[in-house]
Every structure is written in C-alpha cells, then in structure tokens.
Design a protein. Structure first.
Ligand code: IPM
Ligand code: MG
Length: 357
C-alpha cells in the first residue's frame, strides 16, 4: 500500500527525532511492502522565521490532504517573547483545530526494562504502569476567548473555558471505547467542585456511561488525580479529561513511566486522518547535540500505522523493536541508569532498525 505522510520536523530536537522516525517507517515499508511518501512542511518557530506565521496556509492544506501527519516539536526560547503576536505553539493549535483532531490519545506505558528510570518506588510500580490518557484537544480554555482588559482599574487578562455537550460527548465515546478494549475502567477528571464546565462534563460522562454498562466509571477532581497518579498509578486504566487538565496530567503520567522522552501521542478526528507527535517539547537545551531520545516519536509512528493506516502488525513490530532495544540495555541520557549503555539519537534509531529487520 501507498501512504502519504505530511512531515513537520519543527524546531529544536524535532528534526533529529523525526529523521530517525522516517528511517524506521522506511524500514517497516521495505519489510512489509508499503511505500510511505513524505511531504516535508514547515510550522512553528522555523515558519515564523521563514514566513512570519507559525502555521502557513500551505502547511495546513497539505496536512489535510495527507493520510497522516508526523510532527516533531515546535517552539524555543528564540520565539518565547510573551508579548509577541505570533508564537510557535499557535501552529499546534492551528493544526489540531484546522483538522478537527479533537481526540488526543496519550498512552503512558512503563516498559519493564525502564523501571529504574521511574522516579517511583518499586512498591508503587508493582508489575507495571499502563494508563491511557484521553485528552480533549480542540476545545476548552485552549480555544476559548482570551484577551487583556482593565480589571479593577489595573491591567488584567482573561482566558475562557467553554465546552458544549457535543464536544464532551464525542470525546467521552472514544474514552469509553478505549476502556472497552482495555481493562474497562474509566476515570473522568474534572474540577466539578468549582467549574461549571466540569459539571457539564460530568453530566455528559454519566449519560454516555449508560451505553457502556461494562465500564466502571469514577470521577475525580484534578488536584486529587495529580496526587493519585504518584501515590497509586495502578488504580488508573483510562483517564478522560479536558484539554488543559489532559496537558498537565499527561506530562505527569509520562514522567512516572521513566521519561517524557518515551511518550507518543495520536490526535484523531472523525476520519482516518490523524496527527502523530511525541508529547515532549522541542527541548532547545539539547537540540543539535545528537543526544535526544527519538523513541517517543518512533512510537508515535507506530500509533500512526495503527490508527490511520490500520497496520496493526506493523505497529507491533515497531513497538517490539523498541522494547528489544531497551531490554538489551541501550539508553539515551534521559532514561539512563546505572549499568546501562549510553547511546545517542542516531545510534538508538539504528538499533531500532536492526531489530525491525
Ligand atoms: C502538548 C504541548 C502543547 C499543549 C503546547 C506546546 C502548545 O504541551 O502537546 O502537550 O499544551 O498542548
Ligand atoms: Mg503538554
């Protein structure tokens, strides 16, 4: 089969981790007789430099026409001026919103060989952590009205959290479907003791729950959830939550599995088109040094094969290859622990290829 992949390397370590991932895709293509056709596009800080805008129209249009989008990372100190009119992060929101990718799947899996890299104690980790965060991605405070205005006679600012029942219902359905394929346990995270949007959210979750009697549902306030994630992560199977809370909790979930450098993500909408990116950022401090961990992006490509291309076997081959590399003791700096073999970006990428072949 032939697949069209729009590739956005982006800023910072983005290009390095994407390069390794494209090698992996090609290798899978050779092995299973698929052709991946890449169209390289710019977005983020590099697009601001080149075109003055974080998300050039051509980039969004090309992404919409592709079968899937692979993205490295965007942003960096160069474009971090809080007063700037254009910011690299706007590219991400523009891509997510522009393609209507309202569902963000962020599986936080602790690979057994990485137990040492987790900041949690063995007694808490037990036989492993396997959580899937389902984050709403095109609504809430990320997309609500914001601005500056005088408040009580002094300069002020505001952001607005807004959700309608349709937005909550569609993400709830995906979360329940995800739970059905896993341990049938869903935790909906909100702040219903304070926020009206959370009370609406809770109501919709309860309503959708009626269609999934097999799934055990519980509701948790976000402050408690962030605490429970480190106190007893094994209580979680699927977590469904709003855009903002999902952003925060997925970083936390990633860290307890060893490193933010390991977590992939899939952003999905109604059709097959999806965007795949690591949840880590552009890590400007280590960009260009050849030490970044490309595994989160490589694992994102596995998700691409699974969700956009229906290539489950091929996806598993990539995931298996990553596990093998870890089992053999190879580590990038972020997941390094005593007695392991420290390797760089290219080397760990090459090792993944070797395992696939
Ligand atoms: C993420 C990132 C983005 C987000 C930023 C870079 C806009 O943190 O994908 O989690 O907040 O969604
Ligand atoms: Mg984030």
């Amino acid at each position: 089969m032939n697949f069209k992949v729009a590739v956005i390397p982006g800023d910072g370590i983005g290009p390095e981790v994407v390069e390794q991932t494209v090698n992996v895709l090609n290798c899978v293509g050779d092995k299973f007789n698929h052709t991946f056709e890449y169209e390289y596009l710019i977005a983020g800080g590099c697009a601001i430099d080149e075109k003055g805008v974080p998300l050039p129209e051509e980039t969004l249009e090309a992404c919409k026409k592709a079968d899937a989008v692979l993205l490295g990372a965007v942003g960096g100190p160069k474009w971090d001026d809080p007063n700037a009119k254009v910011r690299p992060e706007q590219a991400l929101l523009g891509l997510r919103g522009g393609m209507n990718l309202y569902c963000n799947l962020r599986p936080a899996l602790l690979y057994a060989p990485l137990k040492e890299a987790s900041p949690l104690k063995d007694s808490i980790i037990g036989d492993g952590i396997d959580i899937c965060v389902v984050r709403e991605l095109t609504g809430g405070i990320y997309f609500g009205e914001r601005g500056r205005e005088e408040i009580d006679g002094v300069p002020g600012a505001y952001d607005t959290e807004r959700y309608n029942v349709n937005e909550v219902r569609r993400i709830a359905k995906i979360a329940f479907e995800t739970a059905m394929k896993r341990d049938k346990k869903l935790t909906s995270v909100d702040k219903a003791n304070i926020l009206e949007t959370s009370r609406l959210w809770r109501g919709v979750i309860e309503e959708v729950a009626k269609d999934y009697p097999e799934v055990t549902v519980n509701h948790m306030y976000v402050d408690n959830a962030s605490m429970q994630l480190v106190r007893d992560p094994k209580q979680f199977d699927v977590i469904v939550t709003s855009n903002m809370f999902g952003d925060i909790l997925s970083d936390e979930a990633s860290m307890i599995t060893g490193s933010i450098g390991m977590l992939p993500s899939a952003s999905l909408g109604e059709g097959k088109l999806g965007m795949y990116e690591p949840i880590h950022g552009s890590a400007p401090d280590i960009a260009g040094k050849g030490i970044a961990n490309p595994l989160a992006t490589i694992l994102s490509a596995a998700m691409m094969l699974r969700y956009s291309f229906n290539l489950e076997t091929e996806a598993k081959v990539i995931e298996g290859a990553v596990l093998k590399v870890l089992e053999e003791g190879y580590r990038t700096g972020d997941i390094m622990s005593e007695g392991m073999k420290l390797v760089g970006t290219n080397e760990i990428g090459r090792l993944v290829l070797e395992k696939i072949e």
